[in-house]
Structures are given as C-alpha cells and as structure tokens.
Design a protein around this ligand. Structure first.
Ligand code: SF4
Length: 696
C-alpha cells in the first residue's frame, strides 16, 4: 500500500495527514511524526476523504453569460487582454486580486509577484484580512515584524493558559485536546475569557464571561496592575524594550482604576484579582487569542495590550511563555509570508525605498508597487463605486464571507470583469462571476502551507485533477506570460518555492533583523522539495527555530520590543439592542462548499438558526424553534429559526458564520453586519454589532 504524506485542508493547527492509497479505495490517518498533531485529527480532518468527489465541482473554464465552456487558451487570453486594457485605460489600481488562506504559498507568491511586481498595484488582499490582520498589525508594532515567537510545545509546558475570544475546542480541536492533556499531566490552569460559555469555557478552571468588546479594557487594567507589581523584570524592560513609561502615562489618561472599568467589562473584583495573581505569580503563562479579539473594533490594540503584559515580565520566546495568535486558516501564515496582504510586499517587507529597490532588482520588475493597496473592505467599496474594472478572486467566497454582503454582491455586479477560480461552481461568488476557472483542490494540488507555529508542510496530491482543473499558480503564470511579462516560466511549484526562498535569503542579507529567513531552502532541489519534511522557519541552519526573540533582540530598528499605547474605540449601544456574536460551528468550515456535503458534519447544525438566552426569547414572546426576524439599523434582515442557549448572556445572540445565500432564503449572518473595522489593521469588526430580534 502506498502512503502519501500531506496535511489537512482546514484550520491553522496544520495537522499532518497520511493518506493510504489502496486498490479498493483510500483511507487516511493523522501523521504521527508531525509536530502539530502527533497523529491526532479532529472530526473535520478525519472526514476529509468523505468530501470527495465534490458534488458541484468546477471542471472546465466557463463563460457564465453564455454558459459556454471554453478552452484554457481562450480563458487565459481573455484575462490577459481584459486586465491589460483596464491597466492601459484606467491605470494599475483599476485591477485587483482577492486571495485566500486556502491557497498554497506558491499560488500566493506568483499572484503577488504579478500584481505588485508587474501590474504596479498592491491591490492584492486576502480573506486573511478578515481573520488575522489585527494580530499582524500588533506583531508589527510590538516586535517589528509579523512573527509568532512561540510554538505549540509552549502549551505543553505552560503553568497557565489563557484563551481570549477563542472557542478552541471547536475551532482548533487538536490543539485544545493537547491543552487538556497538558493540564491533566502537569496541573496547569486554563482560563477562558469569552462572553459565551462555549464548549471551551465549560472546561476552563476559570471562565471570565466578559462583556463583548471589552478585552482591551481588561488587559489594559491588567497591564497597569502588573506594571506596579514585583512581577516586572526591570532589567529585561530596560535592556530590551522601549515605551513603557509613555504607555503607562497615556493609559492613565483614559483608563480609570476606580472599579468602573471592571463594571463595564462585567468582571467582578475578586475574579480580576484571581486573573492578576495568575499572571503575576507564574513564570510560564501563555495567552492565546483568536477571532473574538481580532474581529473587533479594537483588535490590534487589544492584542498589543496582551503583549504589553508579557513584555513586562520578559516573557517572549521562552518555553511556556508569551502571546500566541491562533490562526484561522490553513495557510494564512504562508500567504502573509509572500505578501498576501495589500499592506506588505513579499517576505514581510514594507514599501520603504530600500525594500522597493531590493524587490525591483530581484524579480526584476520595473513596475513594483510603491504604496499599500486597498484592503478587503475598501477594495469591495471601490468595486461598488466603479473604480475596479477587473478582479480575480481565488479560492474564496466574499459574497458570503465579507461583512455587508449586500454591498459586496453589488460590487461584483458593478465590476465589469470578475474572474473566479475555485473548486466549486456553487458558491455565492461563483454565481456572480463572468469567467469561472476550475482550480485543483485538496487531494489534487501540490505546494506548501505554514501553520500557526511557523511550520512549513508539504501538501501533496494523491488524485488526478477532475476535468481540466489546474493549479492556481499555473493559471496565474499563464496569464502573466500572455500579458508579456518575463519571469513566470516555472516548471513546477518547486521552482516557485526555491525563488521565494532565494528572495528570503537576499532580504535577510540586507535586513539582518528579519526573522522570516528561508535561506536554507534557497538551493532546494526538486527531489528535496518532493520529500520535504515539516519544518519551522527560520530555516537557515543556525537559528533556533522553535522560539524566536529568546535573546531579547527584536526585529525593530533598535532591536527593542515596543510597549504600545492602547487606545479604545467605543461602540454605541442602545437599550433595546442585542449584541450579535458570530463564529464557527463545530463541524463546518467557511461557507460549507466542502463540509456542507458530508452528512456526518451537517447534523450538528442542520439548518440556519440564531441562538438566544431563554429569557431573551421569553421577553419577546418567542418560543424556541419558531422563526424570528433579526434586523439591523441599515434595514437588513434575516429570518431564521430561534433556539435557546443559556450559555449566552441575555443581551447577546449567536449565529454561525457558515450559512450563505445558497440556502432557500439568504441566511448569511454577514448580511446583518456593516463594514466597521479596526482602524489600524482594517480588519472588519464581525463581532459585537447591534441588532434587534422579533417574532414573525
Ligand atoms: Fe484539520 Fe484543524 Fe482538525 Fe487539525 S485541528 S484535523 S488542521 S481542522
């Protein structure tokens, strides 16, 4: 029996998988040697083979206006001509890519190279903007680079693990089981800070049911109290950080310490004292956050407030210590590494003159973008305003997953040329495309991903592509070549990876403080790439790659980490408003285009519904199970079934993010959310918007 070593298509834990290829069918199991999962898989990972073949798989390029199947040659030339004309007539910023954390790093790299290197626009954003960009901004401000300093092993050895805005039991199940095992063997304490009593919170030693959106206030208060305690490592602070006095002075300007802040947070003084003691009296504390923090108005500042607490104690890059950002998607990290966000160039570079010159020489391209492009919300707004004339969307479904999906759908209808490459022709976005391109999916495609702890893993194919489906990198390179650009004649994905690694080597030679260092792969052969084993970066043969910044030297210009002054943006809430929370359900993934077809995965939440406290339902004369209307102040509304859930507080509602416009009635929770966002990261504030609930 042949075995293929690959990885899971879903979350940022990045579990390794072994697929057994048998004469009578295939089977899979967790990869016992992968450091992310040591052989374990969750229900979604275990059932990956059941998602195949996809019922609505896209197999051939197709023009939707005429429902005509066309050749790849025709499709490629059409894209090349239309994008060239738009650039010529309206300028570089009239075209855009919208990418996805489902893409492989090689796909991401060539799309960025084409747009940012040759088209001359940084209008390349990704659905990682919706998921991780607040953590990215906070890393940049604190450490000088978008770096997760720690690793999963820190959860094994920590004395205290604090999960903030993270329902890890459902969203990162394999990591959560690891946390529970560590608690059993070491007696570590688990604290969960979340408005809901989630499956994760139910297993915590301490659940702090904070009011939605108040994490910034809580961690800022914690920071103030820790700063005057004997927990501060003064020598570390003096030698390796900057900005502490300024942060504390500015904080005192808005953060009262008279009990009113805790009241706003819904946290009692004894509970706060318990939390403070856990941070103050323990050396090994890991704080991990996820979408509850990232997808809020104060996502970046909240993350920096958490990092501030760890910097005070010198707890970065040491075993069992520090801040850890839990990544949502399988390759959000890899995408960021090659410049997937509109605010970065490849290899974590910005738009300085030196960085710009380096990239221009390396590719070599005469038209490298000189400034950041439009981030996701602004990109779709520009499209709705008629400023984007051609867009190419790869492996994502913004017509269901963006906030204010009504505007996104209008944007896609307004844009003269929308290309969508995907594995499915049944997504909300595919239905609004002008040209559909069949992309290879998990089981067919080949390349690399990077998980939450910086481990690069090879994703390997074991099935032939359905119909004429192609690798995303191949489609992009063919279009680039048809547009007349040199430098896209890669023979395979190994060529692309090698080029990225060589770029990385050049970047670190000119910016020695950069941690993203793949120079050890700069000469990787095809055979080495084919047999590559999971490996954490930096990959250079001399840096300890498990934890970064252990020496206290950071990626900033002066080598010091920064204490950041948190500022708070408060959302107005009227007395009859309910706070709408959204998140993943246990067994589904994104907009259900893969997991929605597996009966065992749909039974957990078989139809769209809103969860509310039973008191909330009674107050509105709603009986559990009945249809209700949820509406927002912009006149948008959803009609779904109401179910009672007393793990919510009475002023809150919860809906899962997976339902879309493909259901009989539009059931996407994002229809109710406007596009307000974190001012620093531009990440939409999906959590905590105000709605009304009524019976129908
Ligand atoms: Fe896949 Fe995440 Fe489950 Fe691992 S924990 S099997 S990566 S969904």
């Amino acid at each position: 029996m042949k075995q293929i070593q690959t990885n899971c298509a879903y979350c940022g834990v990045g579990c390794g998988i072994q697929v057994q290829i048998g004469a009578n069918g295939h089977s899979l199991k967790g990869d016992a040697d992968h450091t992310a999962n040591f052989g374990r898989l969750c229900q979604k990972g275990e059932r990956l083979l059941e998602t195949l073949p996809l019922p609505h798989a896209l197999r051939y390029p197709r023009l939707t206006a005429t429902d005509e199947t066309i050749s790849w040659l025709h499709a490629t030339q059409l894209i090349a001509d239309t994008f060239s004309e738009a650039i010529q007539q309206y300028g570089s910023d009239s075209v855009a890519f919208y990418l996805s954390g489902q893409l492989l790093t090689e796909d991401y790299y060539v799309a960025n190279k084409l747009a940012k290197g040759y088209w001359g626009t940084a209008n390349v954003d990704t659905n990682s903007r919706l998921c991780m960009s607040s953590a990215v901004s906070a890393h940049l401000r604190a450490f000088g680079e978008d770096v997760v300093p720690g690793c999963y092993q820190d959860f094994d050895v920590a004395k205290v693990i604090v999960l903030v805005g993270a329902n890890t039991a459902w969203t990162h199940p394999v990591l959560f089981q690891r946390i529970l095992r560590a608690r059993e063997s070491r007696g570590s304490k688990l604290v969960v800070i979340d408005p809901r009593r989630t499956a994760t919170a139910r297993q915590a030693d301490l659940h702090i049911a904070i009011k939605p959106g108040k994490d910034l206030q809580l961690f800022s208060l914690l920071f103030r109290h820790l700063a005057v305690s004997d927990a501060v490592k003064q020598e570390y602070v003096n030698t390796h950080t900057s900005g502490l006095d300024n942060a504390l002075t500015k904080l005192a300007g808005w953060l009262k310490d008279d009990g009113s802040v805790l009241k706003q947070c819904g946290v009692s003084e004894p509970v706060f004292a318990q939390l403070l003691a856990l941070y103050r009296d323990n050396e090994e504390v890991v704080t991990a956050s996820c979408m509850g923090v990232n997808q809020s108005l104060n996502g970046t500042d909240t993350t920096n407030a958490i990092i501030n607490c760890h910097l005070l104690k010198g707890h970065i890059g040491k075993p069992g210590c520090g801040f850890f950002s839990l990544t949502g998607q399988p390759n959000a990290m890899g995408g960021r590494e090659v410049g997937g966000l509109a605010t970065q160039l490849a290899n974590h570079m910005g738009f300085s003159e030196k960085e710009h010159r380096l990239l221009s020489e390396f590719w070599p391209a005469s038209n490298v973008a000189t400034r950041p492009g439009l981030s996701a919300v602004d990109l779709f707004q520009a499209m709705a305003d008629g400023k984007i004339k051609a867009v190419w969307i790869l492996a994502t479904n913004p017509a269901a997953s963006m906030p204010d999906v009504a505007l996104v759908r209008k944007a896609l209808q307004t844009c003269p040329f929308v290309v969508v490459s995907d594995i499915s022709q049944d997504t909300d976005t595919a239905k609004l495309a002008d040209l559909l391109l069949p992309a290879q999916g998990w089981s067919e495609k080949s390349g690399t991903t990077t998980n939450s702890e910086r481990t690069i893993t090879r994703q390997r194919p074991f099935l032939n592509a359905a119909g004429e489906a192609r690798a995303d990198w191949q489609m992009v390179c063919d279009v680039a070549t048809a547009m007349g650009y040199p430098g896209f004649h890669y023979r395979n994905e190994a060529d692309i990876f090698r080029e990225f690694a060589a770029l990385s080597a050049k970047v670190v030679s000119e910016f020695p403080g950069k941690q993203l260092d793949l120079s050890g792969f700069a000469d990787i052969t095809e055979a080495e790439y084919a047999s590559m084993q999971p490996q954490q970066w930096p990959v250079n043969g001399y840096t300890d790659n498990r934890r970064l910044y252990a020496d206290g030297v950071f990626s900033t210009e002066d080598g010091r980490a920064s204490f950041v002054v948190p500022k708070v943006v408060v959302q107005a809430v009227s007395s009859d408003d309910l706070i709408l929370l959204s998140g993943r359900s246990r067994d589904q993934w994104h907009t259900r285009s893969r997991t929605g077809h597996v009966a065992a995965l749909t039974s957990h939440e078989p139809q769209p519904c809103v969860f509310a406290h039973s008191q909330t339902l009674t107050d509105r004369q709603i009986v559990a199970g009945q249809l209700v209307r949820i509406s927002n102040s912009n006149g948008q509304q959803l009609i779904v079934q109401a179910l009672a859930d007393d793990d919510l507080q009475p002023d809150q509602l919860f809906m899962s993010i997976h339902w879309t416009g493909r259901e009989t009635a539009n059931a996407s929770v994002n229809l109710l959310l406007d596009s307000r966002r974190d001012l620093c990261s531009k990440q939409p504030a999906f959590k905590g918007q105000c709605v009304k609930l009524s019976p129908i």
